[in-house]
Design a binder for this molecule. Structure first.
Ligand code: MG
Length: 383
């Protein structure tokens, strides 16, 4: 396997840190070219010293002084601002860009990376939710692969390897999150601590809250639809609390293929980085007798209305999923800051989907303005 140069956008987040863990285990195969972070300049500096990238970017300009001071004497170029990150992606000879920023902010750098023909390891699902039609078309035009990092999509991608058969259905598994067994009322009034307590996966705050509301599975349904060219009617969501089967593909002969493993994000991250090869990883192994049983059930859309909203938004098409995503980001933020109750997140999203102007065929500019409009509209409800 040829050596691969990697850029990580969002290196101090949960996916970024785990990506560097994978890279650190295969120094003969991966080389870090670029690291970017929003605010956490201290960790960024530490990562830069350890992995010696060509350049680092802290997007929040306030931290430029601190970061360049921390990296004084190192042979690493230091920049600030999102524009620098975008320029560096364009100019660097990176082989693969790991898009691991949180939320809508990942869209623009991902688009630039595609335009400059860099392979994308996509962890930022909001990019495809907000602008799936535009991003997938652009990737096709530029002949750029989008390799899934999200565990479910990696499982589907792995199950599709070597297949030329017709896919009948994608089966996305969901852990059900911390409120799988809770009643409607306690979900509505859930505290931040409860919502952040995910039973199986160790992830960042935004995706953990999305998992608790099951909006995460809605976003992933839309992501899967764009990645694999399947309509939402052919994507089934199944709650599987053990999180051992990471998703499945059903073919036209009734065969179902699944990818399994312990819930460890380093597995899908590494597969995206090493594809089409598979490298060693010291992840924990599945102990089937120890687990005893794998169980499945249909999600309760009444308890988790965010999931139904995602199906509705995707069916409506146009900029509706972008409206939904923007409203969700704003509402999750407000919840994390203690401004709204957990149960109001889907209500606010629904209101924004009704209020924001619908566009059947939005341009990329329309997508950016739709996002701002959705965030602004959601803010009217934080009282
Ligand atoms: Mg996932």
């Amino acid at each position: 396997m040829m050596k691969r140069k990697v850029a990580i956008l969002g290196s101090t987040g949960s996916i970024g840190v785990q990506t560097l863990d994978v890279i650190g285990r295969h120094p003969d195969i991966f080389e870090v070219e670029l690291l970017t972070a929003n605010n956490n300049w201290e960790l960024l500096a530490k990562q830069a010293k350890r992995f010696n990238p060509n350049s680092v970017v802290v997007c929040n300009r306030e931290h430029y002084g601190n970061l360049s001071q921390a990296l004084e004497g190192e042979d690493i170029k230091v920049f600030a601002g999102i524009d620098s990150a975008v320029d560096l992606i364009r100019l660097s000879d990176t082989d693969i860009v790991v898009a691991a920023m949180v939320g809508f902010s990942g869209l623009r750098p991902t688009i630039e990376a595609i335009k400059s023909k860099k392979a994308i390891a996509l962890a930022n699902k909001e990019t495809l939710v907000a602008a799936g039609a535009i991003v997938t078309k652009l990737a096709k035009e530029n002949d750029v692969p989008i390799l899934p990092v999200d565990s479910e999509h990696s499982a589907i991608f792995q199950s599709l390897q070597g297949e030329h058969a017709k896919v009948e259905k994608l089966i996305l598994t969901a852990s059900g999150g911390p409120f799988r067994n809770a009643d409607k009322e306690s979900i509505f009034n859930a505290t931040k601590e409860e919502a952040l307590r995910h039973p199986n996966w160790n992830m960042g705050a935004k995706v953990t809250i999305d998992s608790a509301s099951m909006m995460n599975k809605g976003l992933e349904m839309i992501e899967a639809s764009w990645l694999f060219g399947m309509p939402s009617e052919k994507i089934e969501i199944v709650v599987h609390p053990q999180s051992i089967i990471h998703s499945m593909v059903q073919f036209s002969d009734g065969s179902v293929k699944a990818q399994m493993g312990v819930p460890d994000m380093r597995i899908p991250i590494q597969y995206a980085l090493s594809y089409p090869y598979r490298l060693d990883l010291n992840a924990e192994r599945v102990d089937f007798p120890e687990i005893g049983q794998l169980t499945f059930h249909t999600p309760d859309m009444e308890k988790f209305p965010a999931l139904a909203l995602a199906f509705e938004a995707h069916k409506t098409g146009g900029n509706m999923a972008c409206i939904m995503n923007g409203a969700n980001e704003a509402a999750v933020n407000a919840f994390l800051k203690g401004k709204i109750l957990f149960g109001r997140i889907p209500h606010i999203i629904e209101k924004c989907m009704q209020k924001c102007p619908f566009l059947k065929e939005p341009s990329l500019e329309d997508i950016f303005s739709t996002h701002l409009e959705a965030v602004r509209t959601a803010q009217d409800f934080f009282i």
